[in-house]
Structure formats: structure tokens, C-alpha cells
Design a protein around this ligand. Sequence first.
Ligand SMILES: [Fe+2]
Ligand SMILES: [Fe+2]
Length: 384
Amino acid sequence: MTTTEPTPDMASNAEIIGRHDANDLAEILAISNTDVHATIRSVADNADAIFTWDYDKGARKPLEKLYEKAKTSQWNGETDLDWSIDVDQEAVVAANAAAGLGISDDMDLSGTPFASWGDDEWTQLGVESQNWMLSQFLHGEQGALLCTAKIVETVPWIDAKYYAATQVMDEARHVEVFAKYLNTKLSGTYPVNAHLGLLLDDIVEDSRWDMTYLGMQIMVEGLALAAFGFMHQMTTEPLLKQLLRYVMSDEARHVAFGVLSLKEYYEGLTTAELKERQEFAFEAALRMRDRFLQQEVWERMGMSPKEVIPVIADLPQRQLFQQMLFTKIVPNCKKLGLLDAGDGWLRQKFGEIGVIQFEDMADTGEEYEMFALAEGEAGSGAPA
Ligand SMILES: [Fe+2]
Ligand SMILES: [Fe+2]
């Protein structure tokens, strides 16, 4: 990358996300899944499948290390998790509320749509939110399954093809365990959220192999790693805790795969090429933030999303949760040089959505080994 190149004009919000004001709630809510009964979604995958005849294993040492690590870190979703555990979803919601994750009694909600709510409604909200959250993670996991299969085809490096192949297996296992948890332990599922669906479509449709990495490994998986970590820490439900522990040990490798691969690739890109990556990262950040408005939950509860979301958005624990989702994405974007390329456009954008303060947290290229399962932890057949 040359430093003398003029900074190209960055795209506007309207060009990136289809609306002038990124925070326009009415426009955000106007996007909804209109195809909720379909069981199949077909998306054009515009990329070429790439063969490489260079079989020099270990030419990229950090990727080879990840691949070797992945081979010995496989676990079995059927036998390593204790599916005999009964889950009392309402008790889980009550425990979350007691831990301060719900709406506390001392908040003044008079004059809001929640003024007449009692314990039953709050419990129902907790239950629906959990059904919704895990459903979206399930759909995101399937997105990762498809994207890593695509990376096996499109990335030109043999070490990356090897590693991505292990990730395809990891993601199959994640889809399997989230689907089983939802279907056997919870009380309902939700179709894919429209904002998440649009993002997954964009990632799959892009013809450039590194965009699959950026959209999936850095943005979607970076958010998932942060969210799983938060849920793992907070939940008192032993089966979900164990499931998340196992999934996170894989996810940390996946995000590291993205960081380590793109770090090398981005060093050879021009400012104009990096600009497109910055814009894509910002689009993905907005789509994921918008998805967490969980508009489908409010609709299922018979509430108007337009009326309740502004009330919920003001709650401090909600703001904290929303920001926490970016604790992995922002330092990883920094490590890749995306924050400061093009006169710091993405730094400014992340500032506007209130997440730039995470830039100096650990990046996953360095910290992934911390998440590894301990010797004997997988395969024990018993929850920790
Ligand atoms: Fe996954
Ligand atoms: Fe993953």
C-alpha cells in the first residue's frame, strides 16, 4: 500500500446501508423477513473455485499451527455434552433477572408500553428473547458453515484450504448442537432476522475471497465470540454453559484464522481496495447492531417495535450489551489496519456508533489459545 495515494471518497450511508441516517428506526424496522415459511433460500455465489498446485505445507506457519491445533481439538456434540440435563427456561429467565440482566424494579416505566406489565409478561419476554437469540445464532452458524466451505474453494493458499476444511466440520457441529438445544430444551424458534439475512447474502454473493473472510471470520464470528463469552459468563444453566464453552474454543480459532490470513493479504492492497473493505466492515457492523433490536420478538408479543425499542434502547444494561458485542470486532479491525486506512474513516464511523473505545483490547490473532479446551476437557462426557 502506498501512502502517497490520495484518499478516495468514501461511500455515503445511503450507498452502504440504503438509508441516509444510519440510526433511522423507522427505516430499520421497515426491513423484515417476508419469506418466513420458506425452508430453502437460494443465493448466487459469484466466486471462482481456485485450485493451487503449490502444496508446500507450512508456507504460512501461523495457519499451519492453527490447522494442527484444530485437528486435535475436535469434540462430539452428541457425546461430549450432557443432553440428559433438564432445562427450566423460566427458571433461567428468573436467574438472569436476579443477576441484573433484566429490567429492574426500580426503573420508572410509567407512561411507556411496559407500564402495565407484571411478572408474567417479563418472564415471557425473557423466554422469547432466548428463543430468538439462539435461533439467530443457529442461522449465523449455518452462514459460517456455507462461508467456510466457500473459503475452501476460493482461497489460493494451501494452508488456508487445509484450515478452512477443519472449520467446515466445526461449523457443522455448531449448527447441530444449537439446533438440538433449541429443539429439545427451549420453547420455540424464529426465522432468520432480515438484517442478519441481508448480511449473510452479501457475504456469500461477493466474488472476492477475502470478503468472505472479512464478513464472516472478522465481523459475524467476532460478534458471536463476544456474545457467546457474555452468555457463557452469565448463564447458570449448565448445559448451555458447557455448549458455549465448547463452541467458543472453536470460534476463537476461527476469528484468529481471519485475522492471520487478512493481515498478510491487506498488506498488499491499495488505499482504494482497503476503502471497499472498510465500507463493508461498517455495513456489517450496522446490520448486526440492527438485528439485535429483535423486532420479531416484539411482534410475537403483540407489541409495536417502533414504540418499545426507544424505551429499551435507553436502558443502561441494554446499551452495555450492545457495545459488548463489538469488543472483538474493533481490535481485530485495528490489527488489520482498517481503522486508520483512508484517513481513519472507519475509526470515525465506529466512534459514531459508540464502539471505538474497544480498539485497544486484545486481538484474537493473539488471544485465541486462551480459549482452547484443557487436556481431557473434551471427551469427558460430563459438563464442567
Ligand atoms: Fe460456529
Ligand atoms: Fe465459527
